[in-house]
Each structure stands twice: as structure tokens, then as C-alpha cells.
Design a protein around this ligand. Structure first.
Ligand code: ASP
Length: 563
């Protein structure tokens, strides 16, 4: 048995290295595929166009009929492109504009619209007409690239679903075990105090960094008119605008943490309520008869271990899952949008890096007393996942695993600090919201006073706490921040185009923050945390995230056994 274990442990390391390398290769493939064969690729012919609200198709059939895209978007095929007005008789058009001849198959909605305009049409009829290129209303794309994305996006979704499946039960059982083994409640108080203090303080620092950089570089004032139009035209902000409605009051938020029906909280995946209930349940076990408590906690330990195994199984899908996720993001967003938002995106990324270097690095080195590079190396699987999924909550199982196995943080601390972190600690999101709010104000030419900027700090702190750890959550709660300082909420449309890409960077920052807090709390609790060395990894088959991703021979559970 021992022999078998040591044999597998030396093989594990190899296997682990391979998995991590495979994930990186998967990321790279996804980005390259997105760039070369995604819908926005400049290498494929842009034979399709998305027309958004207000785009007008001129048919010139028997006089001039104009079809205006009323709501949402319309996808059409592009047949040809020409400079100058297609019908020289048309008045009021400038001769230098570029026109596209487009073709589309009539949908039921088109028919209703055409009927209203007195044009007879049948469903399925193919129509064609001309549309003037206008970055606000017409976006070209490759239909082949779009098909490739449509065909492969399920792989990314499947991978994400596999990981997300584990999140709620993992947090629940792991936290019960952690709290039950804590014993001394003063420890819990101290842990909670440090955690929340750290989260609030670093969020405010992140916002200050974001605001300072945005005021310094003024990305809003150097954006060209064309780029501004491209950004405003890429998407409609209707969905976001409706979420600007005020946040619940502070007292309501606190009371809301206590679930009136914990089963409903588990089912809904309401993380703060799950954390509260699991903490209370864990504490309850320490207050009852030791025998009965042990039986229950032992069961939780076993289920928790099974969840960890499931994470490992899901991670086997990671290389291809990550490739599919990045293919979709890079392919659909197109790196070109990044260029349009260069200054704004640059300030966000610069801010995030600054935050990592001047806040997290000193805390890791001086507070947690860990070498910073070793720390980053230890949590790299979580970082890669945060980056490619843009979801701190989907990353949670892997960050828990990384902190416990690679940094030797106890289960008590990891299972308490990380889930709270994934839910409320979003420094990257807060920083981004600060930058975005000032950037949008700059574009609208609104001057924000120091008082307004202080309001941004307070409201973005709340908005980042309120944002769920899922893709794009920070952008939705950005509407609250804009409303708080009187900046038009529609301005969100200006940043929506690059949101998904910036989300990857801010989510990775959020996860670094969660792991930093975890290491700090563990050190303050007197734990002997340390970066896992390759030798220790090889020597102990039970340590190291990747090392544990090994082929284990399945064995039937001896259900009737009386051992
Ligand atoms: N995607 C972010 C996260 O999960 C939240 C956000 O900023 O949108 O941490």
C-alpha cells in the first residue's frame, strides 16, 4: 500500500505539471482562435452585420422604402460594400459614405412591421436593401466565426457548470467542519474582525487608486469622437438602466444575512446566508453532546472530501473548458474594441496592477510572511480560472484548495475567509467602478467635485459588496454608482463593449485579494503557513492542488461492512 502511494506520488507531480501546462495552452488556444477565427476576426470575411436600433435599410424598390430596426438587433448577410450613395437620386445623403447591400430573411416581426408600412410580405421571403455604415448602428462580423462560437460555447458552459455544481455544498460542509473544529469562539470573532476590516480597508484603497489614476490620465477626454460612437453603438444599455434602482439599506442588508429558510438559501445559492447558517450549525455542534456531534461532523468531513474529489474531476475539463470560454470572449468582443478603449482599459489594468503591488504584495510579505512570487505561484490555478471564467464564486473551490494545500492554511480559516471574500470582497470591481464612473463623467463633460468622488468611494464600496461573484456583476451595480453622483446611467453603454475583457482582470484581482486576506488571517491565528515547495509536493501525495489530480482506482464502498 505504502509502495503504491509513493509510486503514485512521484507520478502525481508529473501529472500535475501537465495539467497546469495544459490549462495555459488551452487559454492560449482560446485567445488565438478568438483572434483568428472568431466573429470579429479581421482574417475572415465580415459577411454578416448586426444592425442595432435606429439602423435604416433602404430598399429602393419601386420608390424608396426604408425599414428601421426598431428594437433589439437584427442580423443580416452583407452582399457587397460600396462607397457613395447607391441610388444617386436619393436626397440628403453625402456621397462619401460607405454603404452595404444586405440581405435577410423576413421574420414574423418584420412582416408585422412591413404590413404597417403597407408592404405585402411573406414569412421566409428574402429581402435585400442598402444600409449606410455607421459605427453606432452597424457592426460587421464573420458568420463563420459566429457559427464556430455557437458550436463550441457549450463546452465552456459545461465546464463552468461542473465547477459551480460544487460551490454551494463545498462551502456549506467545509464551513461546518471548520467551525466545529475551531473550538474557541474568540478565534472566530478575531477572524471575522480581521477579515471584514481587511476587506473594507483594501476596497477603499482600491477606489482611491482608481480615482487618482483616472483624474491623472483623464482617459475620457482623449477618446476620439469615432471611438465614442463605436462604444455607444456597440450595445444597448436598456438592461443595465433598469438595474439602477436603489440598493437595500444597510440595516436590511445585515438582517438579510440571516436566512428565514436555510434550505431555500442553499437552493438559491445565497452565499452570505449559507455562510451564516453553516457557521451557526458548526458552532452548534461544539455546544452539544460530543458523541452525537462527532457523528454529524464526521459525515460532513466525508461529504466535504467528496466535493473536493468532484472539483478535481471538473478540473480535468479545465484545459478545453478554458479554451472554449476564451474563444467565445475574445472572438465575440474582438481585441479591436480594446484599442478603442485603450486609455480607459489601460487605466483600469494599471490600477489593478498598482493595487496588487502596493497593497497585496506588502500584506503577503510582511503580514502573512510569505514570498510574494511563491504565493502567486501557489494560487496560480485559481488565478487562471478567475481570469477565464470571470467569476470569483466559480473559482472558489479551486482557491480553497490552493490555500489549503499549497499554502497550508487550515480548513477553519480557508472555509471561512474565502467564501466571504468571494461574495463581498471585490477590490478589482470597486477600482473598476471608480475608474468607469469618472471616465463616463469625463465623456459627458460632467465635473465631479471632491465630494462627488467621496460619494463614489462610498457607493462603489457598497456596489462592489453587493455585486455577486459572477461575470458582469460589477457592471450592473455600476449603475448604482453613476446614479449616486448624477451621471447618466446610459453611460454604461460606453464601457459595456470591453466589460467582459476587463472583467477577467478585475476578477483575477478579486481572487488575489481573497487569498491575501486568507493568508493574513491564517498567520494572525498563529498558523504555520508556507509556500509548498516542489519537494514537499512530491513527498506528500495529499498536498498540492495539481498533485491530487491523479487517477485513483475506483473501489466499491463496503456498505454493509461492520468495520
Ligand atoms: N466578475 C467579478 C467577480 O466575479 C465581479 C465583477 O466585477 O463583475 O469577481
Amino acid at each position: 500500500m505504502e509502495e503504491a502511494q509513493s509510486a503514485s506520488s512521484s507520478g502525481d507531480e508529473k501529472q500535475g505539471m501537465q495539467l497546469y501546462t495544459k490549462i495555459l495552452i488551452g487559454m492560449l488556444c482560446g485567445v488565438l482562435l478568438g483572434f483568428f477565427v472568431g466573429p470579429n476576426s479581421s482574417f475572415l470575411s465580415a459577411n454578416g452585420a448586426v444592425l442595432s436600433k435606429g439602423a435604416t435599410i433602404v430598399t429602393y424598390a419601386g420608390g424608396t422604402e426604408a425599414l428601421e430596426v426598431a428594437n433589439g438587433v437584427e442580423r443580416v448577410a452583407v452582399l457587397e460594400e460600396q462607397s457613395g450613395v447607391p441610388n444617386p437620386g436619393a436626397k440628403g445623403e453625402d456621397a462619401t459614405s460607405v454603404w452595404l447591400r444586405v440581405q435577410w430573411t423576413l421574420s414574423s416581426a418584420d412582416i408585422v412591421r412591413l404590413k404597417a408600412e403597407g408592404v405585402e410580405a411573406k414569412r421566409g421571403d428574402v429581402h435585400s436593401g442598402w444600409v449606410k455604415t455607421d459605427p453606432m448602428k452597424v457592426r460587421r462580423y464573420s458568420t463563420l466565426g459566429q457559427k464556430l462560437v455557437d458550436w463550441t460555447e457549450w463546452i465552456g458552459r459545461l465546464f463552468l457548470a461542473m465547477i459551480k455544481m460544487v460551490v454551494v455544498p463545498l462551502v456549506f460542509f467545509s464551513l461546518i467542519v471548520g467551525m466545529a473544529s475551531l473550538g474557541d469562539f474568540r478565534k472566530l470573532g478575531r477572524m471575522g474582525g480581521v477579515t471584514l476590516g481587511f476587506f473594507t480597508f483594501t476596497t477603499m484603497v482600491a477606489l482611491t487608486i482608481g480615482l487618482l489614476l483616472t483624474n491623472l490620465f483623464e482617459p475620457g477626454s482623449i477618446l476620439s469622437e469615432v471611438d465614442k460612437a463605436t462604444l455607444l453603438g456597440s450595445f444597448t444599455a436598456d438592461k443595465v438602466v433598469s438595474s439602477a434602482a436603489g440598493a437595500p439599506s444597510f440595516v436590511d442588508q445585515i438582517v438579510g444575512i440571516v436566512p428565514s429558510n436555510p434550505i431555500a438559501s442553499l437552493a438559491a445559492g445565497d452565499m452570505l446566508q449559507v455562510i451564516f447558517f453553516a457557521t451557526m450549525l458548526g458552532i452548534a455542534f461544539t455546544l452539544m453532546a460530543a458523541d452525537a456531534a462527532k457523528r454529524a461532523v464526521d459525515l460532513c468531513v466525508s461529504i466535504n472530501e467528496a466535493m473536493v474529489v468532484l472539483v478535481h474531476v471538473a478540473m480535468k475539463l479545465a484545459p478545453i473548458g478554458v479554451a472554449a470560454l476564451l474563444f467565445e470572449v475574445v472572438g465575440s468582443t474582438g481585441l479591436g474594441v480594446l484599442a478603442a478603449l485603450g486609455a480607459y482599459g489601460g487605466v483600469v489594468v494599471l490600477g489593478l496592477l498598482t493595487h496588487i503591488l502596493i497593497v497585496y504584495m506588502p500584506v503577503v510579505i510582511m503580514g502573512a510572511r510569505l514570498p510574494f512570487l511563491g504565493f502567486i505561484q501557489s494560487i496560480r490555478a485559481a488565478l487562471v480560472l478567475a481570469f477565464s471564467t470571470s467569476s470569483s464564486s466559480a473559482t472558489l473551490p479551486v482557491s480553497m484548495e490552493a490555500c489549503e494545500n499549497n499554502l497550508n492554511v487550515s480548513n477553519e480559516v480557508a472555509s471561512f475567509v474565502l467564501p466571504i471574500g468571494a461574495t463581498v470582497n471585490m477590490d478589482g470591481t470597486a477600482l473598476y467602478q471608480g475608474v468607469a464612473a469618472v471616465f463616463i463623467a469625463q465623456i459627458y463633460g460632467i465635473d465631479l467635485s471632491v465630494g462627488d468622488q467621496a460619494t463614489i468611494v462610498v457607493s462603489a464600496t457598497m456596489a462592489s459588496i453587493g455585486a455577486a461573484g459572477v461575470p458582469g456583476a460589477g457592471m450592473l451595480t455600476l449603475a448604482m454608482v453613476l446614479a449616486a453622483v448624477g451621471v447618466p446611467v446610459q453611460g454604461v453603454a460606453l464601457v459595456i463593449g470591453v466589460d467582459r475583457l476587463l472583467d477577467m482582470f478585475r476578477t483575477a484581482t478579486n481572487v488575489v485579494g481573497d487569498c491575501t486576506a486568507t493568508s493574513l488571517v491564517a498567520r494572525m491565528q498563529g498558523e504555520s503557513i508556507a509556500v509548498l515547495t516542489p519537494e514537499a509536493d512530491a513527498a506528500d501525495p495529499n498536498r498540492g492542488m495539481e498533485s491530487r489530480l491523479v487517477e485513483v482506482e475506483p473501489q466499491a464502498v463496503d456498505v454493509d461492512g461492520d468495520a
